[in-house]
Design a protein around this ligand. Structure first.
Ligand code: PLP
Length: 404
């Protein structure tokens, strides 16, 4: 993989911040978009814009064809059985809320249990907690190990005949841990429970096949996989999506409406009420095409090299603690420097043109468990380089010597 020439696909990477070349290490928060995606959006908005699934006229049909082509590309990318199983949402958060709400209304009763992991992003934690409370179900959290892996013994202990839903991340956004989801799904299959996997941090790093995983629901966001913001995917097994009621009501999700009764559209439109962000939906299909052209395994092997290199360089420094030390990780490096607040590190790195994230990364229960308030998080994408890591380490050394 020729990283330098791939970087040319991302105009934003060649700009300067405070007169320093931008080093973008905040890819887990949001990734950058290649020209293919940006050009598609611009071309669509300037030449073809019209509402989707509505008109008989040329432009509207163009939009409908482009959106459905994009859905097909995404269905193929994740190994869905059909496009009926691929619902466009506004992102992972929206996808979790759709299932938490509709599953709760249809299947949860007092005494049932929902099981989630201690490492979840708030998006895959709070909706389940609130839905459990609403329906009198018990919200159960299984633990992690100190290295940031899930505690499989605790998971096994807490799975039981009352468990109705298990929800966990494929990859932790805060620590980068890749969870053994094949094993976790197989363990859950011994019980009468549905399984929801948050793939927001996995889909851009790992080849996902939802049918091979045998997962009931899988969610991800466009903006973390080189696609547009405001769009995401909810994959659901057709049998599950058929059983669940609509989440929002309005145009597009209906079949027939009369004064006294409404019947609902077929899948996946039953879950797609109102005018969606169709431009972003089309852009997401292009982002998937881009990933497939570069090759997800090429991306992943370069990202692993970056992670290993940065981890080694950080470990050579004094007073650094790395959080998330599993041997199964994506390219996320979360750390603290003794005696220096992560926020101060983030602010100083920014002045050197380096974008990292600091804080609890929307995972407060995880950080409470780890006994810290947050970390500095550098998250790498395939377009990052070892030279950027060298500059990052040098800058960090300067910051530490200034503070000390
Ligand atoms: N789940 C994980 C693991 C995430 O990292 C994120 C975003 O950081 C989300 C869910 C929420 O994604 P979005 O804000 O795109 O809905």
């Amino acid at each position: 993989m020729d990283v330098q020439s791939l970087r040319d696909n991302f105009e934003i990477l060649s700009q300067t911040i405070y007169n320093k070349p931008l080093i973008y290490f905040d890819n887990a928060a949001t990734s950058q978009k290649p020209n293919l995606v940006l050009d598609t959006i611009r071309e669509f908005e300037t030449k073809w814009n019209a509402n989707v699934h509505r008109g008989v006229h040329f432009l509207s049909n163009y939009c409908t064809d482009a959106v459905e082509k994009s859905r097909k590309t995404i269905a193929h990318f994740i190994g869905a059985n059909s496009e009926r199983e691929v619902v466009f949402t506004s992102g992972t958060t929206d996808s979790v809320n759709i299932i938490a709400d509709t599953f709760g209304r249809s299947f949860l009763k007092p005494g049932d249990e929902i099981l989630v992991s201690q490492m979840e992003h708030h998006s895959n934690f709070v909706p389940w907690q609130q839905i459990a409370h609403r329906h009198g179900a018990k919200f159960v959290v299984f633990d992690i190990l100190d290295n940031g892996e899930v505690d499989l013994d605790d998971y096994k202990r807490k799975l039981n005949s009352k468990t109705r839903m298990v929800a966990f991340a494929h990859v932790s956004n805060a620590l980068g841990t890749v969870n053994p989801i094949e094993q976790m799904i197989a363990l859950a299959r011994k019980f009468d429970t549905a399984i929801f996997v948050d793939g927001a941090q996995a889909i851009q790093h790992i080849k996902v096949n939802v049918q091979e995983l045998d997962v009931d629901f899988y969610a991800f966001s466009g903006h973390k996989m080189y696609g547009p913001t405001g769009v995401g995917i909810l994959y659901g097994k057709e049998a599950w999506l058929e059983k669940l009621p609509p989440y929002r009501f309005g145009g597009e999700m209906i079949e027939k409406v009369a004064n006294d009764i409404t019947t609902f559209n077929e899948l996946p439109f039953k879950f797609e009420a109102g005018t969606p962000n169709y431009t972003a939906q089309i852009g997401l299909g292009k982002a998937v095409e881009y990933i497939e052209t570069v090759g997800i395994s090429n991306m992943c092997s370069h990202e692993t090299e970056l992670l290993e290199y940065a981890t080694r360089r950080l470990k050579e420094m004094d007073g650094i603690t790395i959080y998330g030390t599993s041997s199964h990780k994506t390219s996320v490096l979360s750390f603290l420097v003794d005696g220096i607040h992560p926020y101060d590190i983030g602010i100083m790195l920014d002045k050197m043109g380096i974008a990292v994230r600091t804080g609890n990364h929307c995972a407060q229960p995880l950080f409470t468990r780890l006994g810290i308030d947050g970390t500095v998080r550098a998250s790498f994408a395939f377009y990052n380089t070892t030279e950027e890591i060298d500059f990052f380490i040098e800058s960090l050394q300067k910051i530490i010597s200034m503070f000390r």
